[in-house]
Structure formats: structure tokens, C-alpha cells
Write a protein that binds this ligand. Structure first.
Ligand SMILES: Nc1ncnc2c1ncn2[C@@H]1O[C@H](COP(=O)(O)OP(=O)(O)OP(=O)(O)O)[C@@H](O)[C@H]1O
Ligand SMILES: [Mg+2]
Length: 382
């Protein structure tokens, strides 16, 4: 037992008191509140607990809604939840699981059973934390972010991955543009498995070896977790599944490349939480530059320091605003400029990363330099 923080949510005073006393005696730090609203307020003020035990029927916000809300917040997306339910209310139990609960206990509560379940779940969680924290190689995470679609973010993600693999690094590319991701296409891969197949099962049981089976291999050495086959399937991938995928991809590898969506949702934010270096991709057009300004301001707001950001201007048209104009608009010079490449579209259409299709071209030189800068930039703690 490690003094974990347990949040008990029940509108029945007697049950709250009983749980608090019993679990505190067993060495846990217990907080008890009377409904979902109070529970969320407590999470907001005191941070996420290590485990939640919640009743179903409560005033203001019931337990099922609470489970749903906790799962929608990246800070609690993976927090274990045990639902308390009158033994005969099978519907509640099923609904609890479908909202993301990990286990349930019938009422009246047998406190010894509750304590045993808590201990079992926390032991598993500790096991996962130990694997992640074990002293071994843990990949640097590089995220490609863009405020406006079509600037060249996936082109950069694919080419940086390919350039680093060509240098002998072990690289995994996770396509986290869940609705419209097309990273696999840049490698001419039609993967048998996608992130949906990985996210469908009980993700807490997926080992690093299991995870590797969902990756598509490209002959460059890059391994790719492809986006869902259709936009509708994006919602089958939970925040917790994405967080876990990044953890699993990092184990024993050199670099994990994330191709993120333009949408600023909890999946994007959860990815940025664990990103070492953020490559903000922009293009020499007013609309792209404006959204890049907004993106940079957002990154500052969520606490990503300047040292972790690298702004890359992709000259994706032969014309466009010149470098001085771009710098003026953004109030900073881009860190890297990738020159226009006439054959960029052709390489993408063929599914050959540009750095491999045109190894001696000036755009390839810039892409390789970008890859080196990203991979060698010191990871700065958040
Ligand atoms: N250096 C370049 N020169 C010319 N064209 C380029 C260059 N880099 C990328 N492109 C082209 O820009 C287009 C958009 O690229 P890409 O799909 O990588 O953008 P994206 O930002 O990932 O878009 P989305 O928001 O749809 O995911 C593609 O047609 C690609 O070939
Ligand atoms: Mg893209």
C-alpha cells in the first residue's frame, strides 16, 4: 500500500463515513463527497485521485454521468473507477462499463470485497507505472501541430520519421489525426490493423509486444500506427487509449512522431502533455499564418515553453509571402524553412517519403536538417 488517494462518491452519509473510516484504516488517503458535481469540483481543486469509488443514483449528477465526465478529461481518462450498484440493477452495471468504469460492487457493500478490489486495481496500475518508469530507453516524443489544414504537417511528420529511420533510429509514427489521418498513405501502406483495432479491446492489458502487432512496417524502418479507416470510427478511440498508445510506443525506442489533428481537443492536449518537442507547421499564406499565431499563443497558455517549440515554414507553393513577411506576421523568424518542392505532390501520390524519393534535392536537405534538430533538441521538462 502506498497511501493512494481514493475519492468516494455517495449521497448516503453512512456509506461515506463507513468507506472513509475503513479505507483510511488500510492506509489510503480518502476524500468523500455526496455527488458527481462535488466530485468534479474536488478533482479540479485538488487534482486527480488515484482511484474513484462512486454510487450510481445521486442528486445533481449521478455516478454514470460522473464516470463519463471523468473519462472525457485527459487528467482522469485513465483513473480507475469502481461503481457501486444495487446488485439487481444490471442495467446500471452495464451502463457503468459502457461509460468506462473498471469494476463494480453490489450494494449492500461488503467493505472487505471493496478493499480487495481497490488493492487489485491499484496493484495493476502500479505495475504499469513501474514499467513506464523503468530505467531503459524511452523515446523522445515529437509532435507535429498545425492550426490550419493542408500546410504540410503530415509531409513533415512522414519525412522526419523516414530521415531518422535512415540514420538507424527506431521510429514509430502515430497518426493521431483520428478523423482524417493519412500518414500511412505517405508510405504507400494499407495497414491490416489501425488504431481502432488496438483501442477496441481492454487497453490496460495491451503489452508492448501486443502493441507492436498493430504497427505497419515500412521498408524504411518506420513503424506506423494508422488512423481509423473512416472518420466515424474516430470516436471509438478514447483519450485513455491514445495516452496508453504513446506510452507503449515509447518503450525501448528512439523517437515517437505524432501527427496531430488541427482540432484542439482533449486528445491533442493529452498528446501535448507528453510531447518533448512541438513542431508547429505553417505555410506562407495569411490564413495559415493567422492560425499559427493562434496556435503559438495557445501553446504558451497551456504551459509549453518556447524551448520546446520549433516553428517550421513549409513553402508549399512556388510563391507565397516571403520570409521577412512571415517573420513580421508571426513576430518571430521561423526556426526552419522547407523550400518548395515541385515533386512533393508526386512523391506523396506514389507513397514514397520525399527524402527517399529525391535524396539529393535541396528540400530533402532541409527535411533532414529539421529531423536532426528535432531529435537532438534537449527535452525540457514541462
Ligand atoms: N515542400 C513542399 N513543397 C511543395 N508542396 C509541398 C511541400 N510540403 C508539402 N507539400 C504539399 O502540401 C500538401 C499538403 O500536405 P500535407 O498533407 O502534409 O498537409 P497537412 O498539413 O498534413 O494537411 P491536413 O491538415 O489535411 O492533415 C500536399 O499536397 C503536399 O504534397
Ligand atoms: Mg495531415
Amino acid at each position: 500500500m502506498a497511501g493512494e488517494k481514493i475519492l468516494c462518491v455517495d449521497d448516503d452519509d453512512a456509506i461515506r463515513k463507513l468507506c472513509t473510516v475503513y479505507l483510511a484504516k488500510r492506509g489510503y488517503r480518502v476524500e468523500a463527497v455526496a455527488n458527481g458535481v462535488e466530485a468534479l469540483r474536488l478533482v479540479e481543486s485538488k487534482g486527480p485521485p488515484d482511484l474513484v469509488v462512486t454510487d450510481v443514483n445521486m442528486p445533481l449528477m449521478n455516478g454514470l454521468e460522473l464516470v463519463k465526465r471523468l473519462r472525457e478529461d485527459r487528467r482522469t481518462a485513465r483513473t480507475p473507477i469502481i461503481v457501486l450498484s444495487a446488485a439487481k440493477q444490471e442495467q446500471d452495471i452495464l451502463a457503468g462499463y459502457s461509460h468506462g468504469a473498471d469494476d463494480y460492487i453490489g450494494k449492500p457493500i461488503d467493505l472487505a470485497v471493496l478493499a480487495a478490489k481497490i488493492e487489485t486495481i491499484l496493484r495493476q496500475t502500479r505495475g504499469v507505472a513501474e514499467v513506464v518508469a523503468a530505467p531503459r530507453k524511452l523515446a523522445v516524443v515529437i509532435a507535429f501541430v498545425h492550426g490550419k489544414g493542408g500546410v504540410g504537417a503530415t509531409t513533415l511528420a512522414a519525412n522526419v520519421a523516414a530521415a531518422l529511420a535512415a540514420e538507424g533510429k527506431s521510429v514509430v509514427l502515430l497518426d493521431l489525426n483520428l478523423q482524417f489521418g493519412n500518414a500511412a498513405m505517405f508510405f504507400d501502406l494499407r495497414p491490416r490493423a489501425t488504431i481502432v483495432d488496438y483501442a477496441r479491446g481492454d487497453i490496460t492489458r495491451v503489452t508492448e509486444e501486443d502493441f507492436a502487432q498493430y504497427l505497419a512496417d515500412h521498408k524504411s524502418g518506420v513503424r506506423i500506427l494508422a488512423a481509423p479507416p473512416s472518420p466515424e470510427e474516430a470516436e471509438l478511440v478514447s483519450i485513455a487509449a491514445v495516452q496508453q498508445a504513446i506510452d507503449l510506443a515509447r518503450g525501448g525506442r528512439d523517437v515517437v512522431v505524432l501527427d496531430l489533428a488541427t482540432k484542439l481537443d482533449e486528445i491533442t492536449l493529452a498528446s501535448l502533455d507528453v510531447t518533448d518537442i512541438v513542431c508547429v507547421v505553417t505555410a506562407p499564406h495569411l490564413a495559415a499564418l493567422r492560425s499559427t499565431s493562434d496556435t503559438l499563443a495557445m501553446l504558451t497558455r497551456i504551459g509549453i515553453s518556447e524551448a520546446r517549440i520549433l516553428v517550421t515554414l513549409v513553402r508549399n507553393t512556388p510563391k507565397g509571402i516571403d520570409d521577412a513577411g512571415v517573420a513580421k506576421f508571426l513576430n518571430r523568424k521561423p526556426d526552419v524553412v522547407v523550400p518548395y518542392a515541385e515533386k512533393a505532390d508526386a512523391a506523396a501520390d506514389l507513397g514514397v517519403p520525399y527524402v527517399l524519393a529525391e535524396p539529393n534535392d535541396k528540400t530533402t536537405v532541409a527535411l533532414r536538417q529539421l529531423a536532426v534538430r528535432l531529435a537532438t533538441r534537449k527535452a525540457v521538462p514541462a
